[in-house]
Design a protein around this ligand. Structure first.
Ligand SMILES: Nc1ncnc2c1ncn2[C@@H]1O[C@H](COP(=O)(O)OP(=O)(O)OP(=O)(O)O)[C@@H](O)[C@H]1O
Ligand SMILES: [Mg+2]
Length: 233
């Protein structure tokens, strides 16, 4: 289950198990909100989560996840954060925190894969993994290293019965990079924000029959709300 009832309906039940999905869209389209909802759905089902974050402090994500899970702070015990954000801060100012590992440079992609493996070893529960966003790694390193990283990452995800969502900021990368990422991943969801309306479509999805049409959605205090009724009407 994706965490968004309308998307599950579109996909005829939900995401495939053991898959790496690409979530792409321009800034502000709703990608990060969807990731948090996706993780919360797993946590509510007593699943484990790994949250690889490049664009905001871990403390902020913790707060939003707890809010989305009805104020239940216990859910954070089942989340392992890989902080790829605070490398900008001088090391002496950073405190060690339970359940949080830090990447000290966005070029350390082998280290990142090792941390994901370590994180998944911590649990026997099914796991959901987020990378928000892969664009930061693409901007700092060379593209080939990022593609290689994703191939290894995808292997780790599948051998550990997990599902991952990888976020790509559209508009920052050339078409070849976007197509390669589509190819490396098992499914793609695309989001847009135009004339004040948010829309999404499932571009492709492993082993799943789905419509290709654009679907309207809005952001509410509960997160994404997809208007599938309009679609099936
Ligand atoms: N509950 C809400 N109701 C209305 N708007 C919201 C709500 N929550 C967030 N937003 C707005 O939606 C925007 C997009 O949300 P989100 O961060 O999920 O998008 P994103 O695609 O990850 O963007 P970015 O590329 O900047 O990371 C936020 O910047 C915020 O202005
Ligand atoms: Mg975002």
């Amino acid at each position: 289950m994706s965490g968004v009832p309308g998307i599950d309906k579109l996909l005829g039940g939900g995401f495939p198990s053991k898959a790496v999905l690409l979530l792409r869209g321009p800034p502000g389209s709703g990608k990060t909100t969807f990731c948090k909802q996706f993780i919360c759905k797993g946590l509510e089902n007593r699943e484990f989560a790994i949250y690889i974050v490049t664009g905001e402090p871990v403390s902020h994500i913790k707060k939003v996840l707890v809010d989305y899970c009805g104020g239940n702070k216990e859910i954070l015990k089942n989340v392992f954060f890989i902080d790829c954000y605070s490398w900008r801060t001088p090391r002496r100012e950073l405190k060690n925190e339970e359940g949080v590992a830090r990447l000290h440079s966005l070029l350390e992609l082998n280290e990142l894969n090792e941390l994901v493996k370590e994180g998944l070893k911590k649990t026997k529960l099914p796991s959901r993994v987020i990378i928000d966003s892969i664009s930061d790694f693409l901007m700092y390193g060379d593209e080939k290293s990022v593609f290689k990283f994703l191939q290894v990452f995808s292997g780790t995800i599948k051998t550990n019965n997990s599902i991952a969502m990888v976020v790509l900021e559209e508009g920052l990368h050339n078409e070849r990079v976007v197509s390669t990422l589509d190819y490396v991943c098992d499914g793609t969801i695309e989001m847009v924000l135009k004339d004040g309306q948010r829309r999404l479509r499932v571009v492709r999805m492993l082993d799943t029959r789905h419509p290709l049409k654009w679907i309207n959605f809005s952001l509410t205090e509960k997160g994404l709300e997809v208007k599938v009724e309009e679609f099936f009407a």
